[in-house]
Write a protein that binds this ligand. Structure first.
Ligand SMILES: [Fe+2]
Ligand SMILES: [Fe+2]
Length: 266
């Protein structure tokens, strides 16, 4: 079966490129299940209920997130009520929402998804290594086909988690840096791995934000209002070919598709 993972959607430009390119990539690749990371989908920061519904209506099965999920307070109640919207599982339990779930793919296979977050150069939340094992055991009561979105800043932490979970999960896909890495591979135990899947949005900016604004913040060291970059739109992610019997990944392919390739470019 084929599983599509779409990297962090950054603001309106990111949503636009996904809206235009998603139907084509799903059809060409016979996709059975689709995950997106939506932590930056609302103006670059967080998510709203309206945007979440818009993504689900486009045929996305699960939305994962990360540190930016908390940027908009109004998402808290939706995190509680919508099981297809995940926040990192290793935030302290007092927070709203959930970090894992089991969902049915288009071909009827049950797919477990875990959203996990690193803590190197990030908030010192609960240890992802200690937290993830009992979560995997719990999901395995329902399915052995499990995918992890590991949202982290440090490449080494993500590489270490890949080896730690090799053979335990079908794939571990890194997110958060918005820069796609060229290290995709299937680990010896059958876990598909990439350190970072990239992003969806304007690649003429600084990880999806208008470059002039990002540069100004680095120079002045004072806050300014960020806006998503809207030039050179690209959709990035990976496609996994997974054997639903063994729950091992057979192939992982990364992609970067420019908006100019949209079948309907209106
Ligand atoms: Fe992000
Ligand atoms: Fe992030």
């Amino acid at each position: 079966m084929k599983i599509l993972f779409i990297a962090d959607i950054v603001g309106g430009p990111g949503r636009k490129v996904v809206r235009e390119l998603l139907p084509g990539i799903k059809e060409r690749n016979d996709i059975d299940f689709c995950i997106v990371n939506g932590e930056n989908a609302a103006g670059g920061f967080g998510l709203t209920e309206e945007i979440t519904d818009e993504l689900f209506s486009q045929g996305i099965d699960v939305i994962t997130s990360g540190n930016h999920i908390w940027d908009r307070k109004e998402i808290a109640s939706y995190l509680q009520s919508e099981p297809r919207l995940l926040r990192p599982v290793n935030y302290p339990a007092e927070n709203p929402g959930r970090g894992s779930g089991v969902y049915q793919a288009g071909n009827g296979v049950q797919v477990g998804v875990i959203n996990l977050q690193g803590r190197v150069f990030m908030k010192e939340i609960d240890c992802p290594f200690h937290t993830v094992i009992p979560v995997i055991h719990k999901l395995k009561e329902q399915t052995n086909l499990i995918l992890v979105d590991f949202h982290g800043e440090a490449t080494a932490e993500k590489v270490a988690m890949g080896w730690y979970l090799d053979g335990q999960v079908a794939a571990l896909i890194g997110t958060h840096t918005h820069v796609q890495t060229a290290d995709e591979r299937v680990l010896p135990g059958g876990t598909g791995y990439i350190s970072d899947a990239g992003m969806c949005g304007g690649t003429d900016g600084v990880i999806g934000i208008k470059k002039e604004l990002a540069i100004r913040r680095f120079i002045t060291q004072t806050p300014n209002r960020f806006q998503p970059e809207d030039k050179n739109l690209v959709m990035m992610g990976v496609i996994l070919t997974v054997d639903p019997q063994s729950c091992r990944t057979e192939k992982i392919e990364r992609f970067q598709i420019p908006r100019s390739q949209a079948e309907n470019n209106g």
